[in-house]
Design a protein around this ligand. Structure first.
Ligand SMILES: O=C(O)CCC(=O)C(=O)O
Length: 280
């Protein structure tokens, strides 16, 4: 019955439901993250320690260090004058692909957003001694929906260096993802502390900000933001990663950056599957 509807009316609720269930992660992978999912729903964040080995952390840092050669310090108080940010990372290196596509991250993002997902932002954030704390903020203010709202976007911030209160571990206000008000909460934020290779996941509605780096060490992080596949991404991935580059990346990453038709019709090219532009 649903197949018939899909053939005649791709906007039919049944057809849309079928598409929505087309996930990257398996049911078993999603079942394995059930505990973290509950914490994330309740607190708006969860820390997953030692998700990748130190060998991966070292490889990622070497690549970030190479890319930093052409990366200026931040241009504003918000970006941080003692912070280097590499944007549009998918176009620049294949070394970080293992983080964007990490199966546990995908399973948690698909479970939390309960939808098909895409990569909204692929960036890095390295703060150096002297970096002051960022203003507490939400990351999803550009989606004009009332609050509290269903989760739209999830940040996975990977620690490449130790996150401590002194090194600028992210400041978060637990539970603030469900606040109806846009006012900054009066509650004192806590610092995310975790060893390299760990990741903190937080709902884009959670009030948070980079902490002040009052240590003698750098604090490198990789920021992978996932959103529902039918929303506009924060980074314009089609311009950042045009077809000539997209052809050279893994098929799963092609899908994650948006070379993928969502809900039967969203993202078509010439009325057909947009992936055809990768075949020519
Ligand atoms: O660096 C961090 O810990 C968080 C950065 C952040 O929230 C941002 O730049 O929007």
């Amino acid at each position: 019955m649903q197949k018939q509807s899909l053939a005649t009316d791709p906007f039919h609720a049944g057809a849309q439901g079928d598409h929505k269930q087309d996930r990257i992660s398996s049911a078993a992978e999603r079942a394995a993250v059930a505990g973290e999912l509950s914490a994330l729903r309740r607190d708006g964040y969860v820390i997953w320690r030692n998700l990748v080995p130190m060998a991966t952390v070292a490889e990622v840092w070497r690549e970030m260090d190479r890319l930093h050669q052409n990366t200026p310090m931040g241009r504003s108080v918000f970006e941080g004058f003692h912070t280097q940010r590499i944007y549009n990372v998918v176009a620049k290196t294949r070394v970080l692909d293992q983080l964007w596509m990490h199966p546990t991250v995908i399973a948690l993002a698909e479970s939390y957003l309960d939808d098909q997902i895409q990569l909204s932002v692929a960036s890095t954030i390295t703060s150096y001694p002297g970096q002051t704390a960022q203003v507490l903020h939400r990351d999803d203010g550009y989606y004009p929906l009332p609050r509290p709202r269903p989760p739209l976007s999830l940040n996975c911030l990977w620690a490449i260096d130790p996150f401590t209160a002194a090194s600028g571990g992210t400041l978060i206000v637990p539970g603030s993802h469900t606040n109806a008000s846009e006012e900054r909460p009066a509650q004192k934020p806590i610092s995310v502390e975790m060893p390299p290779g760990s990741a903190v996941f937080y709902d884009a509605s959670l009030f948070h900000g980079g902490g002040a780096n009052v240590s003698q060490d750098r604090r490198a992080a990789v920021s992978a933001v996932y959103c529902r596949a039918w929303l506009r991404q924060q980074e314009n991935q089609y311009l950042c990663v045009p077809p000539a580059i997209a052809k050279t990346i893994p098929p799963l990453l092609q899908r994650l950056i948006g070379y993928w038709v969502v809900g039967a019709l969203l993202g078509v090219v010439e009325g057909g599957n947009c992936r055809q532009v990768l075949k020519d």
